[in-house]
Design a binder for this molecule. Sequence first.
Ligand SMILES: Nc1ncnc2c1ncn2[C@@H]1O[C@H](COP(=O)(O)OP(=O)(O)O)[C@@H](O)[C@H]1O
Ligand SMILES: [Mg+2]
Length: 301
Amino acid sequence: MSLAELKLPDYREQLPEVAARFRRISQREVILRVDDLKKSFGANGSEHIVFNNVSLNIHRREFICVIGPSGCGKSTFIRIIAGLDECSGGTVLLDNHDVSGPGPDRGMVFQGYTLFPWLTVKRNVMFGLEMRGKSHVTAEAEARQWLDMVGLAKFEDLYPHELSGGMKQRVAIARALANEPRILIMDEPFAALDAQTRCQMQAYLLQIWKKVDVTILFITHDLDEAAYLADRILVMGSNPGRVVEFIENPVPRPRSAAQFISPEFLSLKKRLEELIHPPVETGEEEKLPMIKLTVAGDEVE
Ligand SMILES: Nc1ncnc2c1ncn2[C@@H]1O[C@H](COP(=O)(O)OP(=O)(O)O)[C@@H](O)[C@H]1O
Ligand SMILES: [Mg+2]
């Protein structure tokens, strides 16, 4: 079969174990309910709509990836869920409670390194725990548990500048999880890492997610990353931002690098590519201005 013929498998028929997993997921409680969400800037007349009509339900312990072109409102969307930004319409319910401001039920990990540089690794993780009123002894014990979980127990006394990028993000994950959030919100957390470290971090994150009762909402622009990590992938479009499709990932778990060339993985990626890069309409090319080359024979195909 050629790649062009690949279609997203109807896993309900072809992959019964995947279908069974999605049935189990759909039976879990809905943890995040987003209904007709809208964000815009400016007043009537000069209103700039970032996105509108965004509705979705996420079940407990689902791993959701969000992809879409730059500027379609992915970060704005999750900032609203995090309570860092206000919406212009619609509702966000977390555990059936209206989201109106940040709270410990939501943990955040961003692309940029956000650790406190003047605190050690352990103190960075302890910070939120002590803020929430835990004693020094309890906070220290819990911080050590979380650092163990991300494989950094040996590095607890180092300062952030002594860590590699991947290690910093592991501390950031430990710090976010230490507050026992219901949902972990991650905005391109591995985008600044080199390709090999990024792959290791993805595998780490899946291991951690298996052990912790947490739902993950993860923005990425890397289609492989989304296909490797997600249960479902929210594809957003732009002008204005909107939900294009919410795709169930047919790649079976547990995931491994070997699956990157499996028919399910390739067909999912092909579908994502189609949605992210719709074909250029015929005639569009002719509309582009021709910029004359000065050297004859420099034609490209
Ligand atoms: N404070 C703001 N005022 C006006 N426009 C904004 C503001 N914040 C974000 N935007 C606009 O919202 C759009 C979506 O931004 P963002 O959520 O960062 O997109 P993404 O994360 O998908 O790249 C962008 O076009 C940006 O210009
Ligand atoms: Mg963004």
